[in-house]
Design a protein around this ligand. Structure first.
Ligand code: NAP
Length: 339
């Protein structure tokens, strides 16, 4: 274990982590950023970002992340490969065990480990993600003007993506693996009543067609009247197969927050694993968690908005709160020495 104790470690290098790193670095806290399993986070999976303030002509997701990293480095942040496997977070210093086997110590931790969009396991999805296949309609919907598109899933995310996509797409078809939606009644009703949205019940995406040059051009769907057709096909049951021409496919099958390493640390999470950010004495939002000196930023604490711009905002909040915490810590130490 290194003898060094960092002031601030930022776990995660997506927009939230980078924003926290810029703020902490500008406060001379020399943050160490652990890049995590997906360096750069979810934005690296998208092509152009058109709704991040300050880029009137849009900016590539990868470029935005790279610029953020350069900005943080310019003020003294350092970056290291690896993600946090387990952590002891009560008291001081906090100890993090990394995927590399190394143990590092820090006075304050910003958790910005994000949430990973679930994928469905269709053929070619790795090749076409970011090329007509997307997990974010708000990010990529505008590239599908006049296209026929599919939205996979039956929850609120899928309904929301489908409704958003009607602004651009010629037609939107929600593909759901059974015939009952998981979505809230209000969202389901909005989607059902929208004239440009159709449903394919008891249907799943089997394969995507196209290439990185052409983008998505089609999709193979399987269906069975009793639902869950892929499971049935795997068990040898006959299912109907159909290939349709589409210009885009959006996954809306949920996200999984990357918080397993917080098990047993005292950081409060909701039933889905998202960190629950704490409010201050006046009930206003903060970047604090239920453990002193541990802060949260970005999608790891946000199942709702999940935007690059909101992640940047909460990243700055977490770093400012960490700065204040470190000041309180050194003040307490000074008082102990004087006593
Ligand atoms: P979710 O509620 O977990 O729904 C995921 C959907 O995807 C389910 O319909 C599920 O099917 C389907 N699915 C999962 N894995 C699949 C697979 N491999 N292949 C095909 N389909 C698959 O996730 P969510 O919609 O992202 O919502 C998460 C939370 O955020 C919810 O609490 C939701 O209310 C909230 N949210 C709210 C809003 C809003 O109010 N505006 C918007 C977005 C999200 P089954 O139903 O068969 O399991």
């Amino acid at each position: 274990m290194s003898e060094d104790i960092h002031d601030v470690v930022v776990a995660g290098s997506g927009i939230a982590g980078l924003s926290a790193a810029v703020y902490a670095a500008r406060a001379d806290l020399d943050p160490l950023v652990l890049e995590g399993d997906e360096p750069g986070g979810q934005l690296t999976l998208t092509t152009d970002v058109e709704n991040f303030l300050g880029f009137p002509d849009g900016v590539g997701g990868m470029e935005l992340v790279q610029r953020g990293k350069e900005q943080a480095e310019r003020f003294g942040a350092t970056f290291q490969h690896g993600s946090v496997e387990s952590a002891t977070l009560d008291g001081q210093p906090k100890e993090l065990t990394l995927s590399t086997g190394e143990t590092i110590r820090t006075r304050a931790l910003v958790v910005a480990t994000g949430a990973s969009a679930r994928w469905v396991g269709a053929e070619n999805e790795s090749e076409l993600m970011g090329y007509g296949l997307s997990t974010c309609a708000t990010c990529d919907g505008a590239f599908h003007r006049g296209d026929d598109v599919l939205v996979i899933g039956g929850g609120d995310s899928a309904m929301e993506e489908a409704l958003f996509l009607t602004k651009f797409a010629e037609s939107v078809t929600i593909v759901h693996r059974r015939e009952e939606l998981r979505a809230s009644e209000i969202m389901a009703e909005r989607a059902r009543e929208h004239e440009d949205i159709e449903f394919r019940w008891n249907t799943e995406l089997q394969a995507l067609h196209g290439s990185q040059e052409t983008g998505v051009t089609g999709a193979t769907l399987v269906s069975h009247p009793d639902g869950y057709p892929r499971e049935k096909a795997d068990a040898g049951v006959d299912v109907d197969t159909e290939t349709v021409d589409v210009g885009g496919v959006f996954y809306g099958v949920g996200h999984t927050p990357n918080t397993d390493f917080l098990e047993g640390t005292g950081v409060e999470r909701d039933d889905s694993g998202y960190i629950v950010p704490q409010t201050d004495a006046d009930g206003r939002p903060t970047g604090r968690t239920t453990v002193d000196g541990v802060f949260a930023a970005g999608d790891v604490a946000d199942p709702n908005y999940r935007q690059a711009i909101t992640s940047a905002g909460t990243g700055s909040m977490a770093a400012l709160d960490a700065e204040e915490y470190l000041e309180t810590l050194s003040e307490r130490k000074r008082q102990r020495i004087e006593a």
